[in-house]
Design a protein around this ligand. Structure first.
Ligand SMILES: [Zn+2]
Length: 485
């Protein structure tokens, strides 16, 4: 007995020692000796340009009949007039209302690159205009903040790139790689005439990009509990999506003599089963790498978990699954969004339908999701109808010179920060551009704090002038470094 106690004690001491040592070793990489850049920008002029850009109501509506073509044309004319250096020294091809600039590089041996953003925006929900502190299309600049639809998504990206190129042209910079710049007009409705047309054009002209950089993630500030440093999450993939109808059928009849089970109760049970059986996920591949990097900046107690997956993997996954944001990184998510049943209060339904939207993690695909859901809910009375979907994008490599150049550019602007590959939970035009790029990255070099997130597609979208200026410097460095070799 005494011997057993001794053995147990020894094992405990040993495991504790391993946990502590592994945690101590799980440190951030030492900050390389990087000189921060000193770029002098005309901040007032830049802010004024972004304000002006917001005033064009380049809204992508779900129905194309609502599109105000003239606003798009006015934006294009304004961009050409406001950035004369870009317009005269780069060549421009218009693909519908998407602008594709080409900046010829000096070394034809190097594969070209693409920087891209979109100048269309989502509508402001009718009736919600009064909730905006400053009107959504006035581009008002108040107390160092620029307000309006597109301030974050994604006019700041487009204007930041135009300002960056203007600065570099004036500075006499000549890229070694050819740089394409694409400013899309229909990203918010999937990019069928913008990014898709640019992709087809590049294919026709036999251009295969080394890499592309689109909107996506940001430098997150205070977004991860306990992490004080900025986290540049450079998205290397985007999730797919599939929508399934869960259909319950029954005999129907009068509601005065209901059977014990109806289409509605069967459907409710099916939805509960889906809720109780999330699609399996886990900390592996891209998600594992992302949390491995970020956890190095966490407090000791949290770090201890991530440094010792051999002991704590189940606990980590449970904790990450509990938060909607991190859960979405780990797995394909399940979101019931619509319900329908009977057409009248006293009629039992012959069919009840729940519509469920799944955002597909790169580890799954549309077929595997249909199979999982069918397996989980199908019965004599429940069937699964597929409304259609798309798989997740390919996962771009993050051990590439390009990823390192983007990371390096961020350190030159922001100092000692964490850089990790990330997964985009929404969609972007890169689902098109990825077809002509060896690697497709999705990242805006702007700082984003937790309180800014509700502005995306929401009310009171805004960006601070300081954030916009820093981000523009980010684009300058990305172009300098990314086009050099
Ligand atoms: Zn966007």
């Amino acid at each position: 007995m005494k011997k057993l106690t001794l053995v147990i004690t020894a094992v405990l001491i040993l495991s504790t020692a391993v946990v502590v040592i592994r945690t101590l070793l799980h440190a951030p990489p030492p900050f390389a000796d990087i000189t921060q850049v000193n770029i002098d920008l005309d901040e007032l002029a830049l802010a004024e340009h972004l304000s002006q850009a917001i005033t064009f109501q380049t809204v992508s509506h779900q129905s194309s009949s609502e599109k105000q073509d003239l606003e798009f044309q006015r934006f294009i004319d304004w961009a050409k007039a406001t950035y004369p250096e870009v317009n005269s020294q780069l060549s421009l091809v218009m693909l519908n209302q998407t602008m594709l600039y080409k900046w010829q590089g000096s070394d034809n041996q190097l594969q070209p690159i693409l920087l891209t953003g979109h100048y269309d925006v989502v509508p402001v929900i009718p009736g919600s205009e009064h909730k905006w502190t400053h009107p959504p299309f006035a581009g008002e600049s108040v107390n160092g903040e620029i307000w309006g639809r597109g301030a974050l998504d994604d006019k700041s990206g487009v204007i930041g790139m135009l300002e960056a190129v203007t600065y570099l042209l004036k500075d006499g910079f000549k890229p070694a790689r050819t740089i394409y710049l694409s400013f899309g007009h229909d990203e918010e409705i999937g990019g069928p005439e913008g990014a898709a047309a640019v992709t087809a054009f590049l294919k026709e002209t036999q251009v295969q990009l080394a890499w592309s950089l689109d909107e996506g993630s940001f430098l997150f500030k205070g977004m991860f509990p306990g992490v004080n440093t900025l986290v540049a999450a450079i998205n290397v993939a985007e999730k797919g999506s599939i929508t399934l109808d869960i259909v319950a059928t029954a005999a129907g009849g009068h509601s005065s003599m209901p059977p014990s089970n109806s289409a509605i109760t069967d459907l409710a049970q099916a939805i509960t089963r889906l809720h109780e059986n999330p699609i399996p996920g886990g900390l592996e591949g891209l998600s594992a790498k992302m949390f491995d990097v970020i956890s190095r900046y966490m407090p000791f107690s949290t770090k201890a978990l991530f440094a010792n997956p051999w002991l704590f993997s189940q606990l980590i996954e449970k904790q990450l699954s509990a938060s909607p944001t991190t859960n979405a990184m780990l797995r394909t998510t399940t979101a019931p969004t619509m319900l329908s049943g009977s057409i009248k209060t006293n009629v039992l339904p012959i069919e009840a339908v729940a519509t469920v939207n799944f955002r597909i993690h790169p580890r799954d695909n549309t077929e595997s999701i249909v199979a999982f859901v069918t397996d989980t809910v199908a019965s004599d009375t429940i069937t699964v109808r597929n409304r259609g979907g798309v798989n997740a994008s390919a996962v771009s490599a993050w051990d590439t010179p390009a990823f390192e150049q983007i990371a390096q550019s961020m350190r030159e602007v922001y100092g000692d920060i964490a850089v990790a590959p990330g997964l985009m939970v929404a969609g972007s035009d890169s689902k098109h551009y990825g077809k002509v790029a060896d690697n497709a990255y999705r990242f805006n070099p702007f700082v984003l704090a937790a309180e800014d997130v509700s502005g995306f597609h929401g009310t009171n979208e805004k960006i601070s002038v300081a954030t916009f200026i820093q981000g523009t410097k980010g684009y300058i460095q990305i172009i300098r470094n990314g086009s050099s070799h």
